[in-house]
Design a protein around this ligand. Structure first.
Ligand code: GDP
Ligand code: MG
Length: 444
């Protein structure tokens, strides 16, 4: 997909005369590519219409950067399609919320329930899992195993066959135990069946969830819209999680799910393990959908922020996948300099999981304070520590020294180093990045 879109845009930039015909050809090419990526036909058509409205042929003819204009228009349009206009219900730590998971069998509900619980538990929440899947043999065992591994309290039964009863009992019990995030896993069916939707309605009625999350397998293709819509018609779906994004699917179905449920995607699943779970971030997702994940788009973005000749080391290090504390420090500096995120693009913001976690929307002030705190601690590090790529170097005595030197508790130093590890993992995905030679970028 990426290849064909890049090619379509490339051809466009080579055409000397940009007329309506050339633009249409380019758009048709992109349409084909998006369809291959499972974006619903109707959505693609709407996008095409919108882009024609936005892209001004006169601007193109006047020799402005054609490729950039079209690429940007498509990018923006897809980002808009992923934004239903209102955020989903956000549970609050310390207050009881009931979150119900729905989706077809095999979509990844049980796995995702645990990931969701674990994600919050790591942040100090008190989650609990309720297994209201009495349809699939072994469903309770699966949840029990997952929950035990993550040390999360769970509720279910081998004997009881009424999912509504179990759901109700489980929620009741965990409310009494003052859990702040009660997660109800439900059963699925292989197909969209009336019996399933009736069951979902009843479980929802009994548990009164604050949020219903629709879990969707990214590889279901064009079926995404119908499936999401069918669930939305039975229960008040308020958010979407797309799973198996580690596979081949580009995840175009996510756009369909958003359109059908009018709810945002909040997380994506990127593997079978508990921690292979990321906060959904629109921009990197769209980059991937457009195949800009092959980094040509990524390079454009970098170029906008850091002129290539000014930061050759940074690009070199990106391509090597090396991420040191010093790089983190410098990127934090950039981030603080550039003001509120969202208005500016900096290197981190194009990498999945960076900006959304580092600086969640609406919590910019808090995040800035956190980043400054991190930087204060890094100021107490030695050059050796800042430039090291050896994770074992930061032993306890070094951490204690940094804590003392910066006047912060040891726990803060550990938190900062955890953050570093997380960012290093994302950074390492950029390994093998091909750095264009000087001059190649200006050909855009
Ligand atoms: P459920 O029937 O909806 O509860 O689905 P499960 O949670 O049982 O998941 C079905 C299968 O998909 C299991 O083998 C999971 O390990 C797998 N799975 C779930 N999420 C992901 C993911 O994000 N990536 C990958 N690779 N596999 C996943
Ligand atoms: Mg299940």
């Amino acid at each position: 997909l990426g290849g064909s879109i890049s090619r379509a845009i490339q051809q466009m930039s080579n055409a000397t005369i940009i007329d309506e015909k050339a633009l249409n050809e380019c758009l048709n090419e992109i349409t084909r590519a998006l369809l291959q990526s499972d974006v619903q036909f109707k959505l693609v058509r709407d996008m095409q219409t919108n882009i024609k409205k936005i892209v001004n042929l006169d601007d193109l003819a006047a020799g402005h950067n054609k490729r950039r204009i079209i690429q940007q228009a498509i990018f923006n349009e897809l980002c808009k399609m992923l934004d239903p206009g209102k955020p989903s219900f956000i549970p609050k730590k310390g207050k009881t919320s009931v979150v119900m998971f729905v989706g077809l069998q095999g979509s990844g509900k049980t796995t995702t329930c645990t990931k969701y619980a674990y994600y919050h538990q790591k942040k100090g929440w008190k989650p609990a899992l309720v297994c209201a899947d009495t349809f699939r043999a072994g469903a309770f065992d699966q949840l029990k195993q997952n929950a035990t591994k993550a040390k999360i309290p769970f509720y279910g039964s081998y004997m009881e066959s009424d999912p509504v009863k179990i759901a109700e009992e489980g929620v009741e019990r965990f409310k009494k135990e003052n859990c702040d995030l009660i997660i109800v896993d439900t059963s699925g069916r292989h197909k969209q069946e009336a019996a399933l939707f009736e069951e979902m309605r009843q479980v929802a009625e009994a548990t009164k969830p604050d949020l219903v999350i629709f879990v969707m397998d990214s590889s279901i293709g064009q079926a995404a819209f119908d499936q999401a819509q069918a669930f939305k018609q039975s229960v008040a779906v308020g958010a979407v999680i797309v799973t198996k994004m580690d596979g081949h699917a580009k995840g175009g179905g996510a756009l369909s799910a958003v359109a059908a449920t009018k709810s945002p995607v909040i997380f994506i699943g990127t593997g079978e393990h508990m921690d292979e779970f990321e906060v959904f971030d629109v921009k990197p997702f769209v980059s991937r959908l457009l195949g800009m994940g092959d980094l040509s788009g990524f390079m454009d973005k970098i170029q906008e922020v850091v002129p290539m000749d000014q930061q050759p080391e940074l690009l070199q290090m990106l391509s090597e996948g090396t991420f040191t504390l010093r790089i983190m420090y410098e990127q934090f500096q950039n981030l603080l300099k550039m003001g509120p995120i969202g208005q500016v693009i900096f290197v981190f913001s194009m990498l999945p999981g960076f900006s959304s976690e580092l600086m969640p929307k609406g919590r910019e002030k808090e995040s800035q304070a956190k980043i400054k705190r991190y930087m204060t601690m890094m100021d107490s590090m030695t050059n050796e520590e800042l430039d090291s790529t050896n994770p074992k170097l930061m032993n306890e005595s070094r951490m204690m020294r940094i804590a003392r030197g910066s006047g912060r508790p040891l726990r803060d130093v550990m938190e900062m180093l955890d953050e570093y590890k997380r960012l290093a993992k994302v950074w390492s995905k950029m390994k093998g990045l091909k750095i264009p030679k000087k001059g190649e970028m200006s050909a855009l």
